[in-house]
Ligand binder design. Structure first.
Ligand code: APR
Ligand code: PHB
Length: 396
């Protein structure tokens, strides 16, 4: 079969791209390795930048997000038990974030795409990419019942995440990957409890980081710094709660509201960028090209800003027969990616205790935190990066 754009991967990047193209009359086929149920149940981060919120709304997908998500106009930094609130709205001229889980975004995108007759193919296997340097690239895969299928397209977009096949289809000599690993990980957990706080709390205690986030009025999401080699079984419920209580303790006795923990995962921390994000008629978007550590929750937002740019470039190609935005895609996307990498790295280094840090590094970290709690300029820098740097227009 033939389509205009073949998209590999039904994560936020692939699904949003398919939807944005559909809204402008461009056909696509989305090929996804996992089942619909599996993609709708995968637990990931949950903070949408202002630009992602606007993108969801512009694409007509903002209804449930606005009803069920939580608009957060600030966040709390808790260092050594003392709170400093960062007021996003005041510091950024009215911008804020939405706390709305990534799997809810996925559900909204899948529902919308299926309702508009979108071609989403789940549980495909053995995806391979061919003739990327020609103007007739194609994808081969095995369908649900094992039959071999071919999709010919004008363009292929690799939205298949960090372990996908798209990036691997490009000869290593044509790409450059820069990577950084952090000496700590996060234990992420979900529990049945009411919210502990109206806003997220990013805390640094003597022995490490803790984060209080939320999912709903009944379910809370919290994280704590751990050894990246830890297994979830290393963390009993008692150990999790006592560590959270210690790292989050304040002078006036604040404590997180406790409840039954029903999910535990260990998340590694890595920064990685592959450039360029294009090879012939193959474009990479989202985690297929770059990974950020979870502090600041930039992964989903970067995936969304990539496909926003790419959809605009593809629309210009089909409408005006111009390739200028396609040619500029990689460099334009990478500028934002590197700014988000810088911010994620900075926020991560600021709020974690690095094993083996020497006295000098520890003093510098104290000084950086001290500056942040006293300087409006430093708070503004945090706020404008957290709510997301401005994005260009969605459509011409
Ligand atoms: N064939 C088809 N689909 C694949 C293949 C493959 N060979 N490999 C991976 N996939 C699918 C995965 O199953 C997944 O559903 O591609 C999708 C990639 O989705 P994500 O990993 O979510 O990546 P992306 O859409 O770029 O989203 C950005 O930001 O918050 C972070 O990591 C978080 O998922 C988030 C990401
Ligand atoms: C989340 O709610 O999952 C979350 C929130 C903020 C982060 C990372 C993850 O910085």
């Amino acid at each position: 079969m033939r389509t205009q754009v073949a998209i590999i991967g039904a994560g936020p990047a692939g699904l949003m791209l398919s939807d944005l193209l559909y809204l402008q009359g461009i056909e696509s086929v989305v090929l996804e390795r996992r089942s619909r149920d599996a993609i709708c149940a995968t637990i990931r981060a949950g903070v949408l930048e202002q630009g992602t919120v606007d993108l969801m709304s512009d694409a007509g997908l903002g209804g449930r997000m606005r009803r069920e998500g939580f608009r957060h106009e600030g966040t709390v930094l808790r260092v050594g038990g003392v709170d400093r609130r960062i007021d996003f709205v005041e510091l950024t001229g009215g911008r804020a974030v939405m706390v709305y889980a990534q799997h809810e975004v996925i559900k909204d995108l899948v529902d919308a795409r299926l309702a508009s007759g979108g071609d989403l193919r789940f549980e495909v296997a053995n995806v391979s990419l061919h003739d990327l340097a020609s103007s007739r690239p194609f994808v081969r895969y095995s369908g649900y019942s094992g039959e071999l299928q071919t999709v010919q397209a004008d363009f292929i977009v690799g939205c298949d995440g960090t372990h996908g096949v798209s990036r691997a289809a490009i000869a290593p000599r044509a790409l450059q990957t820069v990577e950084h690993r952090y000496p700590y990980g996060w234990l992420g957990m979900l529990c049945k409890a009411p919210p502990s706080s109206d806003e997220l709390i990013y805390a640094l205690g003597d022995d490490g980081f803790a984060l209080v986030s939320t999912r709903s009025l009944q379910v809370q999401r919290m994280y704590l710094q751990c050894d990246p080699r830890d297994q979830p079984e290393d963390w009993s419920d008692d150990r999790i709660w006592s560590t959270l209580r210690a790292r989050l303790a304040t002078g006036d006795g604040w404590q997180p509201k406790e409840g039954v923990i029903f999910d535990k995962t260990v998340i590694g921390m890595r920064s990685s960028v592959t450039e360029p994000m294009r090879h012939g008629r193959l474009f990479l978007a989202g985690d297929a090209a770059h990974v950020v550590p979870p502090t600041g929750a930039k992964g989903l937002n970067l995936a969304m800003s990539d496909v926003r740019l790419l959809s605009r470039a593809l629309i210009r190609f089909y409408r005006q027969h111009r390739e200028d935005l396609l040619d500029a895609y990689s460099a334009t996307a990478l500028r934002r990616v590197w700014r988000a990498q810088r911010f994620s790295w900075w926020m991560t280094s600021l709020l974690h205790r690095a094993p083996g840090a020497d006295a000098f590094e520890r003093k510098l970290q104290d000084a950086e935190l001290d500056y942040l709690t006293r300087s409006r300029a430093a708070c503004t820098a945090l706020a404008e990066n957290y709510v997301g740097l401005p994005v260009g227009p969605l459509w011409d």
